[in-house]
Design a protein around this ligand. Sequence first.
Ligand code: NAD
Ligand code: UDP
Length: 342
Amino acid sequence: MNHVQSISPRVLVTGAAGFVGSHLCERLLRDGSTVIGVDNFYTGSSRNILPLQNHSGFSLLQHDVSMPYWVNADQVYNLACAASPKHYQSQPVETMKTSFLGGLHALEIAKASNARVLQASTSEVYGDPLVHPQPETYWGNVNPHGARSCYDEGKRSTEALFYSYRQLFDLDTRIARIFNTYGPRMRPDDGRVVSNFIVQALQGKPITIYGEGTQTRSFCYVDDLVEGLFQLMNCDPDDAVEPINLGNCDEFTILELAEIVLNLSGSKSEILFHDLPSDDPKMRRPNNLRAKERLGWKPNIPLKVGLSKTIDYFDLLLSEKGHDNSLVASHPQEQACFDLVE
Ligand code: NAD
Ligand code: UDP
């Protein structure tokens, strides 16, 4: 592989207006990179990238990544894809197209630009795991014919595509298997557990636990994740040949999470139990050894600290005068408010 990384790299970030993407763009701009964001605003929001609006190093292309496009770049972070089960399941065919074709187009851009390219994959590639915690060597236990399949198999097929481009074209690919991440800029109507519980607690509405709340997740604060993505992109190519788990190893039951959110927010919301959705993984925790050894990365922000910051964010968001869901874009038609890249 022959890479010339410029001192101030031109970085393409797909999914730039999303929760993780917007934090990543901020981190890259702080580092002195020029950032070209791409987003179709399916789940993203122009509000998320407002802080970047006046930054001379940032521009945005409003585009659906499942359609071909061209940006010249030194590095490509491919994050575009709805991540919450509520949203990726509501448009399952779009989810698969975004994942696979969006991945293909990111790879083609990287190949033509001689860039390195990072895929935002997911712990969902392990499905409902039979090995715990999950190391990268585990092949997973995924249902190919169910509610989560569009996302899980979309991400798995994109990993396979990245593998093939590396084999065929010697492309410098990197794969981050991201575990549950939370923080400011999640959508209040996102449907994911952290945003749901916080919004419900702040509004005094019942906390909705699916199943008995005995299923587990391991929650990573967004700043930790973004640092991991950055380090994965910038590490020695030999250390990035195989996928790398990025997540926090502290594991909680969903019932424990609900109690922590109630405590931190001082809410008196009651807890209500609902049916467990199909194929909901029973446990999830990353084995982080590879990230530690190859990137020197480990998460630093404990759950209660990260949750407190996230509660403050939602508290402010919900208290804003006239707040309703129009503050978060709910449809691709949202107009971008930045200079569009030609
Ligand atoms: P998000 O839904 O907030 O962000 C996704 C962004 O991609 C949004 O801005 C959305 O508008 C955009 N997008 C979706 N389809 C698109 C398309 N066809 N063309 C252009 N833009 C499109 O989700 P997130 O939590 O920020 O996740 C970012 C990435 O990280 C996703 O690829 C997700 O699969 C992955 N990931 C996230 C988590 C997590 O816990 N947040 C866990 C595992 C993997
Ligand atoms: N969950 C819940 N109540 C909610 C939202 C989610 O009990 O209001 C559960 C969900 O069933 C799952 C866990 O919380 O077991 C994490 O859900 P999320 O959608 O955040 O992420 P994922 O299932 O993709 O890990």
